[in-house]
Each structure stands twice: as structure tokens, then as C-alpha cells.
Design a protein around this ligand. Structure first.
Ligand code: APR
Ligand code: ZN
Length: 239
């Protein structure tokens, strides 16, 4: 593993435009379960029953219970060493931006400024009908929309079947296209369109994950824990 981390450090030093993309595997060391590993969230709950617009519109009590539990489970989560390592990389000019599938907000909490939240942020609440922003408490207390009276307040996240926020996606994909180093961390690459990013990157591509992903041809794969790899990278770069 060490020699691969040294190789990655060399690529980073050679790169002028490094972009990172993260998935739920970046947050498991902050005690947020991922979705598709053994024991992940989708082993416990059928996503089609809770993480879709049909669920939101057809069974609001179940939808509300599920996202209330996820919000409460994230109340005390904190960034781990790996998140802080990515913030250091940005601070020291080694990293241009992070495109994340995660809705936890942990990259921004760790200090990264250029973060594209491709699937939104669970702590941001909006009205499903008119889009008016509301507080987390309004959602948790099942308040109605203070503008249109709708009862469907929801986290501002991308549910299955919904489009990603266009401007965020466009800016993220432009960074990936223009990157000369694209590092993918902690994602099974099973959900589109984000799983197309490695094919769009024109420079070197790196995969840091606990397990391999089929159908990709990364220049370097480091099979290991995101936190350990990123802390090792920080040491090699002496930042
Ligand atoms: N370090 C590195 N990799 C890890 C770690 C870790 N500490 N923990 C888990 N992993 C890996 C797992 O092996 C798995 O391949 O992270 C990957 C997580 O994959 P998923 O659970 O499928 O999560 P993700 O790829 O982010 O899912 C994408 O699917 O359900 C939707 O909207 C949801 O954003 C999510 C999207
Ligand atoms: Zn409304």
C-alpha cells in the first residue's frame, strides 16, 4: 500500500488540476453507514420505499420517519482524519474541488471550500411543491410550508429518479473534464450519472476503495480505507 500511496503523491505533485469525487465510503469512518457494503443501509431498508418521489408523495409518514432517523443519526457525526487531509490538500493548493455524492456535509465541515454536493445536503430543507427553504426544525416538527401550505417539506437531496442540481452538475463535470488527475474515493460506482465521471476524466484516474469496481480502467487502484490512505498521503506530501 505504501508504494502506491507514494505513487499517488507523485501524481499529485505533477498535477496542476486535481479533482476528487467521493461516495459513502468516505463517511463510514465517521460512523455513517454506506449503502451497498455488507450491512449497508440498503440491506436494511428498500430504497424504493423511502428514497423516491413516489415514497414522498405516496407515504409521507414513512418518508418523514426515514429521513428524520437519518438526520438524527447524523447529529453528532464529525469529519475524520481523511476529510481533514482533503481540506489540507485544498488549502495547500494540491486540490481544485471535490464532487461528492454524500449528503452529510462533512467535506465542508472539515474545511473544503470547493465542494459540489451532487446529491444535495440532508440538513437543507425545502418545500417539495414550491421550493421554499425551511429550517430543519420545521421538517422534524412536520410543519406545513409557510408559503404555499403544502405538507411536503423534505430534505434538499436527490431522490432516486430525480435529476441532479443542474448548475452543480455542470460545474463539477467541467472540473472533471479539465482535470489532469481525478481521484475517486469510497464509492461502488453503481449510481449514474456520477458513475460516468471516471470515463469523462481526460487525465490520470485513481480509485481508493475497500473493494474493486468492475468495468473501469483506473491508472492506479488503492484497495484500503479512505482515512488510512489519505493520512498516509498527507505524510508522504509532508503537509
Ligand atoms: N474506505 C474506503 N472505501 C470504503 C470504506 C472506507 N472506509 N467504507 C466503505 N467503502 C466502500 C465500499 O466498499 C463500497 O464500494 O465504499 C463504497 C460505498 O458504496 P455505496 O454504499 O454504493 O455508496 P455510494 O457509491 O456512495 O452510493 C451512491 O447511491 O443510494 C444512493 O444517493 C445514494 O449517494 C448514494 C449513491
Ligand atoms: Zn411550499
Amino acid at each position: 500500500m505504501r508504494s502506491k500511496i507514494e505513487k499517488l503523491a507523485q501524481f499529485i505533485e505533477e498535477s496542476k488540476k486535481t479533482v476528487v469525487m467521493t461516495g459513502a465510503g468516505m463517511d463510514t469512518e465517521s460512523n455513517i453507514p454506506d449503502f451497498r457494503s455488507q450491512g449497508g443501509l440498503w440491506y436494511q431498508v428498500d430504497p424504493t420505499k423511502v428514497a423516491t418521489v413516489e415514497a414522498l408523495e405516496g407515504n409521507y409518514p414513512l418518508f418523514h420517519d426515514f429521513y428524520t432517523a437519518r438526520i438524527k443519526n447524523m447529529e453528532n457525526v464529525k469529519p475524520h482524519e481523511g476529510h481533514y487531509a482533503l481540506a489540507e490538500l485544498e488549502e495547500k493548493g494540491y486540490l481544485k474541488s471535490i464532487a461528492t455524492q454524500n449528503i452529510s456535509g462533512l467535506h465542508a465541515m472539515a474545511g473544503n471550500k470547493n465542494v459540489y454536493e451532487l446529491h444535495g445536503n440532508i440538513r437543507k430543507i425545502k418545500c417539495n411543491d414550491c421550493g421554499t427553504r425551511h429550517s430543519l426544525e420545521d421538517f422534524l416538527d412536520k410543519k406545513s410550508c409557510n408559503k404555499c401550505g403544502s405538507h411536503a417539506l423534505r430534505p434538499d437531496i436527490v431522490l432516486f429518479g430525480e435529476l441532479l442540481p443542474t448548475d452543480t452538475w455542470d460545474r463539477a463535470i467541467r472540473d472533471v473534464e479539465n482535470s489532469d488527475l481525478f481521484i475517486v474515493i469510497g464509492t461502488s460506482l453503481q449510481v449514474s450519472p456520477v458513475n460516468q465521471m471516471p470515463y469523462i476524466a481526460r487525465g490520470r484516474t485513481i480509485y481508493i476503495n475497500m473493494e474493486r469496481a468492475r468495468g473501469y480502467n483506473f491508472d492506479l487502484e488503492i484497495i484500503g480505507k479512505a482515512g488510512e490512505v489519505l493520512v498516509g498521503l498527507k505524510e508522504v506530501l509532508s503537509i
